[in-house]
Design a protein around this ligand. Sequence first.
Ligand code: AP5
Ligand code: MG
Ligand code: ZN
Length: 246
Amino acid sequence: MLNAAPGIRLSGFCPATSWECVDVNIILMGPQGSGKGTQAERIIPAYQLVSVATGELFRKAVGEGTPLGIQAKALMDRGELVPDDITCALVEEKLDEVGARKKAGEPVSGILFDGFPRTAAQAQRLDAALAERGDKIDAVILIDVPREDLVERLSGRRTCSSCNAVYHVTFNPPKVEGVCDACGGALIQRADDTPDAIAKRLDAYFGSTAPLIDFYDARNLVTRIDGNQPIDVVTAKITAVLGPTK
Ligand code: AP5
Ligand code: MG
Ligand code: ZN
């Protein structure tokens, strides 16, 4: 349930009726390690959003050994992008799933895109797919972190093998080493958090994804958040932009 707030123009907001009817689609942007997944974990339940995180979807497919997972695994481990057609088809499938959930009366306030779109072609196809469904992107939140801090964040990251919760050995350690606070699952290091793959992923971000900031800036959709602050402070800044939770 989102509210309009200074700095962001949630154009679905209708003060004349009730903000509860607002349906917003938000893109969480930022380089690898900027904290998109960490913040998504907190924002999604607070605002009853649905997550569309392409990296998570690909890792799930890899874990299940599906044909998509087998194709994606080699690319991901090398830090390369999965082809646009495959990625966009997966996202469109998720859009239809969310549409079906809303139709069934589930309390869904919109979608939080994490890690998508990452190329100009993906951004254009997302616009078209949303338009076909009578929808659009309402806001882009950019988490800014200097490149030199990202490698330390990624090399110390640990992820729950069961619920995907994100930790850091120094910046956000679990209560018991190697064990997820939320579900007791085992914490693992991602296969693409190797020095070579990290460097490649960051090159891909600054080469192909960062130019999308201008694409959305031209539509006045981008709010920049300084991600080089403690996790709770970043969450508070994002919440201030999105408005109070219900
Ligand atoms: P994806 O899963 O999206 O990974 P990524 O883009 O590499 O981003 P990360 O998950 O690494 O960073 P994050 O911003 O979520 O950081 P996190 O919160 O974990 O994609 C993986 C792969 O899938 C891609 O390389 C590609 O192959 C493929 N793929 C995915 N989407 C695709 C697409 N659209 N097109 C094509 N291919 C696609 O935080 C990182 C660490 O920092 C954690 O340890 C955390 O605890 C710590 N941390 C977080 N915030 C803070 C803070 N404020 N202070 C200190 N530490 C912090
Ligand atoms: Mg992530
Ligand atoms: Zn867990």
